[in-house]
Design a protein around this ligand. Structure first.
Ligand SMILES: CC(C)(COP(=O)(O)OP(=O)(O)OC[C@H]1O[C@@H](n2cnc3c(N)ncnc32)[C@H](O)[C@@H]1OP(=O)(O)O)[C@@H](O)C(=O)NCCC(=O)NCCS
Length: 337
């Protein structure tokens, strides 16, 4: 077996390999999806883009020119510059089922690690399914440490109607679509996302502050440009018209494309952020924002997805109370090189 960079003639074999792997992905384990997609989603979205943008970041293991497996990684230079550490991520990694348990995966990973090390990468991250024991064992043996577990929660229209949607005994806040209010965008500064970098104490505080500022600036810009939509919760009475919470969401068309849902005209929505002003937390505002958004979006939705760190009890309870159910749980691991 030899390991070398991707060549264009590998393309079809890698496509085939990818489509047969990834039986544990968020698109495969969700029994509410019309049919399992296995690796198709990964190949169409992740691999094709990664190879087009940077085929040097794909190592292929071959036996007599036949690809047995591959590993794709990416170095995030923009983020690294200000982060104080060079960051890389394993984007996708698989070995043909017929050749597993023969050391191919371990060799691919070892080669990727040594290449990245020689190029000055400090931190290598990888995400995988929390039940993917082969991958987790392999990563742990290589020295990776778990930093974050997060869940993809989904709300299908049938979940909500089966449970009713009453909101009793809660104070009411006004939830309205963002309509240019500059002061509401200030909430972006308090952005919190289930990102593993925020859980790694070896990263410098300066780097983490930079990351938060970057996420906040991007969200602010996307809302202002209306590439991301937002609902704003405002207080009445004592609070006046002060914006207290913000829910940002995106319409994600990619999954529909794979399921050929044109005729249904249903959307897949993703709640990308829920941000509540620090001194207004614990009063049900997030729950109400999610409730209002779902009431408005669900009739036209195939499903609504939201991500939550599995130790963020507040976020998980908000989702559960609004009838979201966990669909997939992922683990992010870090290796300092
Ligand atoms: C994860 C994967 C790439 C491993 O490839 P592989 O070539 O089978 O791995 P190796 O033979 O080099 O195994 C290395 C070690 O991983 C662990 N491992 C591999 N398969 C395992 C399994 N089925 N159960 C438990 N541990 C396993 C073992 O510790 C193994 O060492 P050992 O055989 O000396 O005990 C492969 O299982 C795969 O392609 N899975 C589907 C795609 C995927 O899930 N990719 C990872 C997502 S990021």
């Amino acid at each position: 077996m030899e390991i070398d960079f991707f060549r264009s003639e590998d393309y079809n074999a890698l496509a085939d390999l990818t489509k047969r792997s990834f039986a544990l992905s968020a698109y495969t384990v969700d029994r509410h999806l019309p049919r399992p997609l296995y690796g198709q989603v990964f190949f169409q979205t992740v691999v094709t883009r990664a190879l087009r943008e940077n085929s040097n970041a794909c190592l292929v293991a071959r036996k007599k020119d036949v690809p047995l497996g591959y590993i794709i990684y990416g170095v995030d230079l923009d983020l690294s510059k200000k982060f104080g550490a060079t960051l890389a991520t394993i984007i996708l990694f698989c070995v043909d089922a017929a050749y597993r348990r023969q050391g191919v995966g371990r060799s691919l990973l070892a080669r990727a690690i040594s290449l990245l090390k020689s190029r000055g990468v400090d931190l290598l991250t990888v995400g995988t399914d929390c039940n993917n024991l082969p991958a987790l064992t392999l990563y742990q043996q290589a020295g990776f440490i778990t930093r974050l577990t997060w869940g993809a929660w989904r709300l299908y229209p049938a979940f909500a109607s089966a449970n009713g949607s009453a909101r009793e005994g809660k104070p009411e806040y006004r939830c309205t679509p963002w309509a240019g209010e500059e002061n509401a965008l200030e909430l972006c500064r308090q952005i919190e996302r289930p990102l593993s970098y925020f859980r790694d104490s070896r990263l410098s505080l300066r780097g983490l502050v930079h990351l938060r500022k970057l996420l906040a600036a991007n969200l602010r810009k996307d809302i202002a440009d209306q590439t991301t939509r937002a609902l704003i919760a405002s207080g009445t009475g004592f609070w006046g018209e002060r914006p207290l919470g913000l829910l940002a969401y995106e319409e994600e068309g990619a999954i529909e494309k794979f399921y050929n849902l044109e005729t249904l005209e249903k959307r897949v929505y993703r709640v990308s952020d829920v941000i509540i002003a620090r001194n207004a937390r614990g009063q049900g505002i997030a729950g109400q924002l999610v409730h209002n958004f779902c009431a408005q979006a669900l009739p036209g939705a195939f499903f609504i997805e939201a991500w939550a760190a599995m130790d963020d009890w507040a976020a998980m309870n908000v989702l559960a109370k609004n009838h979201f159910r966990p669909a997939h749980i992922a683990v992010v691991l870090h290796l300092w090189l």
